[in-house]
Design a protein around this ligand. Structure first.
Ligand SMILES: [Zn+2]
Length: 331
């Protein structure tokens, strides 16, 4: 629905923004940056919707024609700039055609003409330079939001002309509460999924609503249980490396493995089930703790960690999986 009340985390910043809206101290250009899933798009859209709302309050009314056209994704005075020519970067042509030229024409019927540029840190240097003039002398009705994971990609001249806002990751507790209120009827499930989200509310919503994630989690846990069987058959590990190929594009399976061994480690250390995060797997974790010792688990946690590092620098997927799974099989 896009209202400020729905945004989780970053409370101080949200208050500050609402205060500026109230006092009408609004800038023509903002950079909103933060890690993936921290809610950059949600924030930019919420500010845009509020600025265009006919009630002119500090949050959208959700009832006026502006709010309603926004919700139906047809707002005539809010534009989304995307990479069209080359999918990986926003070119000078994209900026000229979609933003600069369009900005020259006055708004259609609402107070502002607002441009939201997602992945603005992929703008080429030429594109950034082209944007400078508009940032310097924006028309009275113009507003630009540049969204970015990496703020260092912007030219200093761009940075100095924008109000820069950094979004931070949200605490696991807050994500858990959110998931419990919106997606799960059981607290235990909310806490497991909040842990996988690693501070990203976007990721939390994505995995909580995805059938694929739950199925993958089931599958990965079954595989880890099977690896722990008492035999020295390494071919099982090699075979499994092939099966993991289906998750090549979604490496969250490594987070699932990591959390699995984390729970096992903590349980072996403390011998207290209240510290187990994956409450739904309590029985399996307690059973596993009898078969493996602390040193084994540390090695396995390291193996998963190393695999994650390797894949982040684009190592060969198959080989990385083989090495990791053989270490997970070892005892
Ligand atoms: Zn409204």
């Amino acid at each position: 629905m896009y209202t400020f009340e729905e945004i989780i985390g970053n409370e101080q910043m949200i208050k500050q923004i609402q205060k500026s809206i109230y006092k009408k101290h609004i800038s023509h250009a903002y950079i909103i940056h933060g890690e993936a899933g921290t809610g950059k798009k949600l924030l930019a859209n919420t500010i845009a919707k509020t600025m265009q709302c006919k009630k002119q309050g500090i949050t959208p009314c959700n009832e006026c024609t502006s709010c309603r056209t926004f919700d139906s994704k047809n707002h005539p005075d809010i534009f989304y700039v995307t990479a069209e020519k080359n999918k990986n970067s926003i070119s000078i042509e994209d900026i000229r055609q979609q933003l600069i030229k369009n900005m020259e024409i006055k708004q259609y019927k609402y107070p502002y003409k607002i441009f939201i540029v997602d992945k603005a840190d992929t703008m080429t240097i030429a594109a950034q330079n082209a944007l400078l003039k508009t940032l310097e002398e924006p028309p009275y009705y113009g507003m630009i939001f540049l969204l970015a994971n990496n703020v260092d990609k912007f030219l200093p001249t761009i940075l100095s002309r924008c109000v820069v806002m950094k979004l931070r990751l949200v605490s696991t507790d807050k994500i858990e509460q959110y998931l419990f209120h919106h997606h799960f009827s059981e607290k235990e499930n909310a806490s497991v999924f909040a842990e996988y989200a690693q501070g990203s509310i976007g990721k939390a919503i994505e995995i909580a609503t995805s059938e694929t994630f739950s199925t993958m989690r089931e599958d990965i846990i079954q595989k880890l249980l099977s690896l722990s069987k008492q035999n020295d058959d390494l071919s099982e590990a090699l075979f499994m490396a092939k099966e993991l190929e289906i998750y090549k594009q979604n490496q969250q399976f490594l987070d699932i493995m990591y959390l699995w061994y984390r729970d096992l480690f903590v349980y072996i250390k403390c011998n207290d089930e209240k510290y187990i995060i994956q409450k739904d797997q309590k029985k399996n974790i307690i059973a596993q703790s009898k078969k493996q010792n602390e040193a084994d688990i540390i090695k396995k946690i390291n193996a998963v960690w190393q695999a994650k590092q390797q894949l982040s620098v684009n190592s060969n997927f198959q080989l990385t999986m083989e090495v990791m799974l053989m270490k997970l099989k070892e005892r």
